[in-house]
Design a protein. Structure first.
Length: 174
């Protein structure tokens, strides 16, 4: 190459290379942002599922506790046990972490779920139970003393970013 050709170049290749590099950089940054968003969504879903599983374990703890109760007089509005006439707390607005009206269930993976139980009345009298009908318990099955209970369980996730509140109804004979 002669010296006159070098001086006559205007740098078009350099400008084209820089533009191509800019486009590739923008594509890479956009792709990384999408990946980060997907990572956050997956983490949130995993956290929510973990808190649901832990709340379900609290529900099972409450059922086991109910099986161990032999008299209905313990449902007096204290220690997370509410009677038919007691005003149970609103599970969506109460502070589960500091409330004295709940029972701490067995911790799972370092997370302590909580629950409360409300006595709803006779299971074989659906007119008294407007929210539920417990099937299979009638005077014909010998379950004249079957009682219905509402169990509400709460759990945070492992990082505390999610919470789950679940409600179940349970019936048993006394």
């Amino acid at each position: 190459m002669c010296a006159s050709n070098i001086r006559s170049q205007s740098g078009a290749a350099l400008i084209l290379s820089l533009l191509l590099l800019l486009v590739l950089t923008l594509l890479a940054v956009s792709s990384m942002q999408g990946t980060i968003m997907q990572e956050r969504m997956v983490s949130g879903e995993r956290e929510g599922m973990q808190s649901l599983e832990i709340a379900e374990s609290a529900l099972r703890d409450a059922e086991v506790a109910l099986e161990g109760i032999n008299i209905l007089s313990v449902f007096d509005g204290s220690n997370g046990l509410f009677g038919q006439d007691d005003a149970a707390p609103d599970p969506l607005t109460m502070d589960w972490s500091t409330s004295g009206n709940v029972v701490a269930a067995t911790p799972v993976d370092g997370v302590t779920p909580r629950y409360f139980i409300q006595h709803m009345g006779d299971a074989n009298q659906p007119e008294k139970l407007t929210d539920i009908v417990v099937e299979g318990y009638t005077h014909e099955t010998g379950a004249a003393n079957a009682q219905a209970f509402r169990i509400v369980a709460w759990s945070p996730g492992a990082t505390g970013e999610s919470r789950r509140v679940i409600e179940s109804y349970y019936a048993r004979q006394f």
